[in-house]
Design a protein around this ligand. Structure first.
Ligand code: ADP
Ligand code: MG
Length: 691
């Protein structure tokens, strides 16, 4: 059979795979032969080196050889739970091995026979133990599970490692080294990449550490190279060092900075310097500004806008929610007004009449700064001379929306701001030429928010605490996961919760309610009352998640905290602790799982957004966390966004060189590569549209 045909064959075509097993494989996303041979191990166990018993180390997984030195003993704990133990010896020492419920073990492990074992060691010297080791007789020919580096696959409980190993092994046998290399020879040799058949074989069953490294390097390179090629082809051109506006120095800048109600932190100064340098160069700026919630990103954006306007250009600031747009509009138009700079607000819910007027003024250049939501990127919006575009809370936008905003001008400089750190590798994949600035310092005088994970048993005490704080003049947020009660989902809804607490828990306090679907006017009304101190407790959904600033609010209560991501909890918590008061964050959680408890503990332990997102990554896995899917990027099969940055850079350079050399991959040596690329583009990357 043709190798191409074979790769597309259903997994049932593989020896030993029946209907039932095929179903289990489907659960892992494995449907055809190609899927299974590219189902890469998540880890390896080195069972290749045999240790002497006196070399075994507490806590390590080791392979060793020994002679069965006792009869297998049985200890029955209760019905259905029997422990089997046996003593193993070599010339250096002894170790006890134990298994639960392996009734046949006494028949296999007979005194005087020699076996190889692999398992996790515990204890030392005279009390060495190994629990449930795998074992194999030394002399049965080719060893399967010991004496080699053994792959460990991501799996569900129903499929054992042995089954996956055997299935992959049979599939590789069928493929028989006939995979075709679609990477051009020139790239293989220039980057010293291993051949494809060797790489696939060795990634599953590496003969040595070096073979594994070679294989992995090649496969990671291939994955990132292909992804980069696809992105380049979608973007059409790689916009590195693209010529843009050369902004001039603005003499009034010092004056403007002095007028601010606070002194800039050193981190803000440093980041703004980086931005100024970019703006003054003749290349297009593409800068990501990262800074934890409350680190003061807005003001940095304001300074850049001021510079752009004083250079005679217009500026635009795009934010994900109307509330945030309104709040930014309020503070920014106030600052800019003092310099006679005309700022406008543009949101989806403005009346047609309002909009028409603003659109005209944007077009004529009368409006110099426009702050808005997605409404900013609608087709009918035209600028006179847009020179600077800024996207706030950029993780809420897709690649496409950001680039649509840039398209409103002629190669304007661009800043994207986010409180959610993204790894440099992903930034490179997504933006290629993005530079990163980090505001790594909070304004002085902030007291870290104290966080308490609790359950319903604490409600009365917490309610009393809230009442006490409100009596002292503070304000409170209560966030619920849902807007309205739902039959399917058992979680608090903002509407019902607000009704209940207004009548019951907090009947003497002023309770307000806000959620995304309310009319913009009503939302604004509620927000205004909250800012003005006319509401004590604001019940909401996550509409307040990003950006909103009320320094007098000191308590953040989150209902059903288990339903939120850590990064989101951190954002929500960032709504308090913005003023001089000690602030508190209460996380009500009904989640009983280990991971859930772990997550709440992390929130309690740290206020550092970078640490939180790293832990979140740990607990959730990269694909889900970074929403690579949300960016339209397929989940990576082997490359690691944290570790493989060096390979990524090489792959990226190689992709650029290749495209510069053969723009549409029309040369014969690139033909297979092009086919592969088109396959990926049609199957997996259909979501990316960045033109
Ligand atoms: P974020 O980075 O989360 O967008 P903001 O820009 O909203 O943070 O700033 C949070 C709060 O800190 C605002 O009330 C802002 O006025 C204030 N702030 C910003 N910079 C400073 C500073 N250097 N000193 C004191 N307060 C500051
Ligand atoms: Mg902000």
């Amino acid at each position: 059979m043709d190798i191409k045909e074979l790769l597309k064959k259903n997994v049932q075509y593989i020896k030993g795979v029946g209907e039932a097993r095929a179903k289990l494989l489907h659960k892992l996303g494995i449907y055809d032969v190609e899927d299974i041979i590219t189902y890469f191990p998540r880890d390896y166990e080195d069972r290749s080196r045999l240790k002497k018993i006196n070399e075994l180390i507490d806590g390590e997984s080791c392979a060793f050889e020994g002679i069965i030195a006792s009869k297998v003993s049985q200890h029955r704990f209760r019905k259905g739970l029997t422990l089997y133990k046996v003593l193993i010896k070599d010339e250096t020492g002894a170790i006890t091995a134990s298994w639960f419920n392996q009734h046949y073990i006494g028949k296999v492990l007979r005194i005087g026979e020699r076996f190889i074992f692999f398992g996790r060691i515990s204890g030392r010297y005279k009390n060495l133990e190994v629990q449930s080791p795998v074992y194999e007789k030394h002399d049965i020919g080719e060893a399967r599970n010991v004496l080699k580096i053994v792959p460990v696959y991501p799996s569900t409980a129903d499929l054992t490692q042995n089954t996956i190993r055997a299935t992959i092994s049979s599939a590789l046998e069928m493929v028989g080294g006939k995979l075709e290399d679609f990477l051009p020879k020139s790239i293989l040799s220039e980057h010293q990449l291993s051949e494809i058949n060797y790489s696939i074989q060795q990634i599953h069953f590496p003969k040595s550490d070096e073979d594994f490294k070679n294989a992995r390097y090649r496969l990671v390179f291939e994955e990132l190279f292909l992804l980069q090629l696809c992105l380049l082809s979608v973007k059409k051109s790689f916009e590195k060092d693209k010529k843009g506006i050369e902004f001039k120095n603005v003499p009034e800048m010092d004056d403007f900075i002095k007028m601010l109600p606070f002194k800039l932190t050193n981190a803000q100064k440093k980041v703004f310097e980086e931005i100024e340098k970019d703006m003054e160069s003749n290349n297009v700026m593409n800068r990501l500004v990262q800074g934890d919630v409350g680190s003061g990103k807005t003001i940095v954006a304001v300074l850049a806008l001021f510079k752009a306007i004083r250079n005679g250009y217009q500026g635009a600031l795009m934010v994900p929610t109307e509330i945030l747009a309104e709040q930014h509009y309020k503070s920014i138009s106030e600052l800019m007004g003092r310099y006679d700079i005309n700022t406008a607000l543009l949101t989806g819910s403005q009346t047609k009449k309002q909009k028409t007027k603003i659109l005209e003024e944007i077009k004529s250049g009368e409006v110099q700064i426009v702050i808005g939501t997605h409404a900013l990127i609608e087709d009918n919006i035209e600028f006179k001379n847009l020179g600077l575009v800024i996207t706030d809370e950029q993780h809420r936008f897709g690649v496409r929306q950001r680039s649509l905003l840039s398209k409103k001008g002629e190669d304007p400089d661009a800043i994207v701001m986010t409180a959610t750190p993204i790894p440099r590798t992903l930034a490179l994949i997504l933006y290629g030429d993005l530079d990163i600035s980090i505001i790594d310092e909070l304004p002085p005088g902030r007291k870290p928010v104290k966080t308490y994970p609790v359950d319903d048993g604490m409600r009365e005490r917490i309610n009393n605490f809230i009442i006490k704080e409100v009596r002292q003049g503070r304000q409170v947020y209560i966030v619920c996961p849902l807007v309205e009660e739902s039959e399917e989902i058992n979680a608090k809804s903002a509407v019902q919760h607000a009704e209940k607490i207004a009548k019951d828990d907090f009947k003497d306090l002023r309770v307000g309610l806000i959620y995304g679907k309310m009319k913009a006017k009503d939302k604004e009304e509620v927000m205004r009352s909250f800012v003005g101190g006319e509401i004590d407790i604001l019940v909401s959904t996550t509409v307040i998640e990003v950006g909103v600033n009320v320094p007098n609010a000191s308590i953040m209560v989150i209902e059903n905290a288990e339903r939120f991501g850590l990064a989101q909890l951190h954002q929500l918590r960032g709504r308090v602790g913005r003023g001089e008061y000690q602030s508190h964050c209460i996380l009500y959680s009904e989640g009983k799982t280990e991971v859930c408890r772990e997550r709440m503990k992390i929130m309690q332990k740290t206020n550092d957004g970078f640490i939180i997102s790293e832990k979140d990554l740990d607990l959730r896995g990269p694909g889900e966390f970074f929403g690579t899917r949300q960016h339209g990027i397929p989940e990576l099969k082997i490359a690691n966004l944290y570790e493989d940055i060096d390979i990524l850079k090489k792959a990226q350079e190689a992709a650029i060189t290749l495209i510069n050399d053969d723009k549409d991959l029309e040369r014969e040596e690139n033909f297979k590569l092009k086919t592969k690329m088109l396959e990926i583009l049609s199957e997996k990357l259909y979501n990316i549209t960045m033109n």
